[in-house]
Write a protein that binds this ligand. Sequence first.
Ligand SMILES: *Cc1c(COP(=O)(O)O)cnc(C)c1O
Length: 378
Amino acid sequence: MARKRIYLSSPTTHGEEQAFVKEAFDTNWVAPLGPHVNALEKEIAEYTGCGHAAALSAGTAAIHLALKLLDVKRDDVVFVSDLTFSATCNPIVYENGTPVFIDAEPDTWNMSPAALTRAYEKYPNPKAVIVVHLYGTPAKLDEIMAICEAHGTPLVEDAAESLSSTYKGRHTGTFGRYGIYSFNGNKIITTSGGGMLVSADEEATKRATFLATQARDPARHYQHSQIGYNYRMSNITAAIGRGQLLHLEEHKAAKKAIYEQYRSAFADISQITMNPMNPEGDANNWLSCMTIAGDCNVTPDMVMDALEQEINAESRPIWKPMHLQPVFEKYDFIPHNADGSSVDEEIFDRGLCLPSDIKNTPEDMELIIRTVRACFGR
Ligand SMILES: *Cc1c(COP(=O)(O)O)cnc(C)c1O
């Protein structure tokens, strides 16, 4: 019999989700609005301290609306983290803007302040900066915010992967003009699919909600003075999210325990380095990742194949940098190193994401660790 699948990061539900969904059905709020939507916004605002929140159909929709609120238009330059998932930068292109990809630094794998500084020499007037907190590790926010402030550029935080991570005690997503969260199925909590735009600016989040509900003018007849979107979260998905939010801190603790277990299990193998933490922050460890030293003949592919074939465990390469994507090849890339070499290409070449599912049993973790160690002859 085939061994059961060990997942990278799959939904973990608890029961309250279904109770909230039942309530939505019982009250017939089966619609892209309703009391659970409003309640989830309030609860996320309270939990993160973000001020105000607009619940949307996806994290990608939240990024898109953040760019709309910042009036990103044709040919506007937007500086964006290069080491990320394509959803971070696709919305720039939806608006015919020009992404300029900023390399990662080695300390947190997030946007390099050095590369960001250099980007301004080439493009003095970007419309926005989008920083990602990759795999849940907070970026170097003090440095990045200081650079943005010096140039008067608004910052958008893509905190899709970092809900519950903090930097200097404050939640990621609450530092920029706008922050976004994702509740996709593999994130730390899920609504089955959904996202949120957050901001200290109440007017802006109201405007996001207006744009997300087809931009209908306040008139009795259906009147529109602007192009709108159908981006609102449904009451059913919000119900799931409310149940999940009750367990967010528990999920975070479980993710941290997985990271710590890998870190100590591989501590004696000098060729393995775990993904770095930001000492100024407290990460949610959404995905635990490792890199393999460049002079080692074990490759990430070999480790992924061993996990897949020997124990039916799902792992994943590091996000392929955006500047290496065929669809973005015409856009500029600003490397971290002064000699023009890229940090994130190296992370991509030498790294992988380990199974980080919080339903992993102690036996699953043992198997994974044993399989990885065996790749290194240990
Ligand atoms: C998941 C993810 C998104 C997109 O969120 P969706 O809710 O799936 O649209 C954006 N950015 C990053 C970095 C992500 O990991």
